[in-house]
Structure formats: structure tokens, C-alpha cells
Design a protein around this ligand. Structure first.
Ligand code: BTN
Length: 243
């Protein structure tokens, strides 16, 4: 593993993607910054972090045997690794809100942005961006956000958290292959926020409906049992969970 530490950068994902194009980058290169100026989140959103209080880093990982239609496996393996690391640091009530928000006590403390590069029917490599709210205590206008410090009352050593997460992420991604899919999916579903509970969802058209989360499909769509008893599949852009 090679770690590149930057005092500041726009986005560690963007930086790493540039680097992959310009150089022959060793597998498992990590780019970390203390100060991310223009963090990117899912669905074109931004990701805010405070200098020296949060973790923002991205991992370059090559794959040999991850089929495109099973690429959600990478996302599941990474979210599970982060959850595992946080549980080992005694963060309370850790769960994964589909597809890959990391929650503690129903509040978001971490986010993941995975950008896959494909070749033929396989994922060639991923740039896996991880943002963790570690010691921040102030989230203006973000009522559903929290941090490890707010959830525990403890202040964390950023480097310690960084290395715990890295170790488990690399362990989970080692030799990832299709044979692991069923097992990873089962563990992911066990950790899924509000599984088997009635939740409120919102469509992009602003319509609300109730449903029970049953799990995820092979391609990572959310499986929801709606009020008429049907099991429906939703992609990320098709539905937002209100609660
Ligand atoms: C989300 O929940 O929307 C995903 C947030 C991902 C943020 C991380 S911070 C490190 C890496 N660099 C980025 O620009 N984004 C990811």
C-alpha cells in the first residue's frame, strides 16, 4: 500500500483519477487530504468536511474478477468494512443506509463515492472515496448528519481511525470474486438501515409512499414491499428514503 498525503486538494477522488491517467499507479494507492476544498458526493452532490477534523481519502483498487453486473459487490464490501471498523471503535448502532451511507444512531457519519472503470465485462479498477465525520461537532443545516465525536463524546485520533478503516477495507477487497457475492450480500442486508421496517419513500416527482425494505437485488437495487404487497425494485435515482 502506498499513501500519498496532500495538505489540500479539490477532491481526493478527482486527484486520484487524474493520477491514474497520468502514471502507472501501484494497486492500493491511497490519496489522503486534511483539507478537501471541493468534495464530491453521490448523485452530483457536494461533500463538506472540516480541515483537520474529518477523514477524506480515496483508494485506487484493481480487480481481476468482478463482473460489471455484480459491481455493487464492491460498494457492499466497502460499506461493510467501514461499519466493521467503526464498530471496533465502539461507535454505537452502526448501520448502512442504502446504498452506502454509514449511520450511527440513525444519523449519517460517513459517505462513500465509488467510481468504477470498466473493461469488457469486468470492472478494471475502482476509485473508492471515503468521507468520515470524525471530530466535527457542528453541522449547520444538516439535521441528519453527525460525527463519531457527537455520537460517543470522545475525540478520536484521525490517523488511528484512518488506518483501522484502511486495514479492513483492503482485507474485504482482497481477491474479491463472484464466489463471495451471496455471503457479502447477506451480511450487507443484515446491516441495512430500517430493514423489515415500514419506511416512507419519495419519488423524484415528489410522491410519497410507504414500504418495507426487504433487501437488495443482485445489481444493488433496493427491494421494497409496497402497500399493495408487491416487491418493487428501485434504483438510486428512482427513490429517496424520507424515513
Ligand atoms: C456521499 O455520501 O454522497 C458520498 C460522499 C463521499 C465523500 C468522499 S470524501 C473523499 C472522497 N473525495 C471526494 O470528493 N468524495 C469522496
Amino acid at each position: 500500500m502506498k499513501i500519498i498525503k496532500l495538505s489540500a486538494t479539490d477532491s481526493t477522488n478527482t486527484y486520484l483519477k487524474r493520477l491514474v491517467k497520468e502514471t502507472e499507479l501501484p494497486d492500493e494507492t491511497v490519496v489522503h487530504t486534511n483539507h478537501q476544498l471541493s468534495g464530491r458526493g453521490q448523485m452530483g452532490n457536494g461533500w463538506l468536511s472540516r480541515e483537520g477534523q474529518s477523514l477524506t481519502f480515496s483508494i485506487f483498487k484493481r480487480f481481476e474478477a468482478v463482473e460489471i453486473d455484480k459491481q455493487f459487490m464492491i460498494s457492499m464490501a466497502v460499506s461493510l468494512a467501514i461499519s466493521e471498523a467503526l464498530k471496533s471503535l465502539n461507535i454505537p448502532d452502526v448501520s448502512i443506509k442504502w446504498p452506502n451511507d454509514i449511520l450511527s444512531d440513525n444519523k449519517k457519519i460517513g459517505g462513500i463515492l465509488i467510481e468504477n472503470v470498466l473493461e469488457g465485462s469486468l470492472v478494471k479498477y475502482s476509485v473508492i472515496g471515503i468521507g468520515l465525520n470524525v471530530n466535527e461537532t457542528n453541522f449547520p443545516n444538516l439535521p441528519q448528519a453527525s460525527s463519531m465525536k457527537l455520537e460517543t463524546g470522545r475525540t478520536f485520533q484521525l490517523d488511528e481511525v484512518f488506518h483501522s478503516v484502511l486495514e479492513i477495507v483492503f482485507k474485504n477487497l482482497q481477491n474479491l470474486s463472484i464466489d463471495d457475492f451471496i455471503e457479502i450480500k447477506a451480511i450487507y442486508e443484515d446491516n441495512l438501515f430500517r430493514k423489515e421496517l415500514i419506511s416512507v419513500f419519495e419519488t423524484p416527482q415528489g410522491l410519497n409512499f410507504n414500504g418495507i425494505i426487504k433487501g437488495v437485488s443482485e445489481i444493488g437495487a433496493l427491494l421494497v414491499e409496497t402497500e399493495n404487497g408487491l416487491l418493487q425494485q428501485f434504483q438510486l435515482k428512482e427513490v429517496k428514503m424520507v424515513y
